[in-house]
Design a protein around this ligand. Structure first.
Ligand code: HEC
Length: 123
């Protein structure tokens, strides 16, 4: 029995949608596993670009600005959630030497992933 053309069309379209959904579902886990390293990588780039002028942003060395705490010491002094908050609001420390930054949530996540990674490694 031949299918009605409209019905055949609907079936094809449904298969198309299912295919797109399946592709999306398959893509999500791989994005996530790949995401963490990516995030840290991006965080390290932001730190190097925006912060390394004043802060030590790696495992070694002192900060170029003598009052700026090395990033590897930050998680010991501040809970990470507190840092996230200050970054989101634009870090305003009671200090003129620290410029105000405003970050997108993605960038904050990246920076924090990088900073907490620094602290976890043995020094
Ligand atoms: C021009 C110099 C300069 C730059 C650039 C800079 N900082 Fe700072 N930062 C400072 C100084 C100085 C302090 C210490 C302020 C104080 O103790 O009063 C500080 C303190 C901090 C603190 C401690 C927060 C607090 O409340 O005391 C954090 C977190 C921080 N900086 C994050 C960053 C991040 C993230 C970047 C890059 C996006 C950055 N800083 C870029 C100079 C800088």
């Amino acid at each position: 029995m031949r299918q009605h053309p409209i019905r055949a069309f609907m079936l094809r379209r449904r298969a198309g949608i299912a295919f797109v959904l399946a592709t999306l579902l398959l893509a999500v886990p791989s994005v996530e596993t790949f995401g963490q390293e990516d995030l840290v990588e991006r965080g390290s780039e932001i730190a190097a670009r925006e912060c390394s002028r004043c802060h030590a942003v790696t495992q070694v060395g002192g900060s170029p600005h003598n009052k700026a705490p090395p990033f590897r010491d930050l998680p010991r002094k501040y809970p990470v959630e507190h840092l996230a908050e200050s970054l989101a609001e634009g870090i305003v420390v009671g200090h003129n030497d620290m410029p105000e930054f405003l970050f997108e949530p993605d960038d904050i996540e990246a920076l924090l992933a990088y900073i907490s990674g620094l602290a976890r490694q043995p020094q």
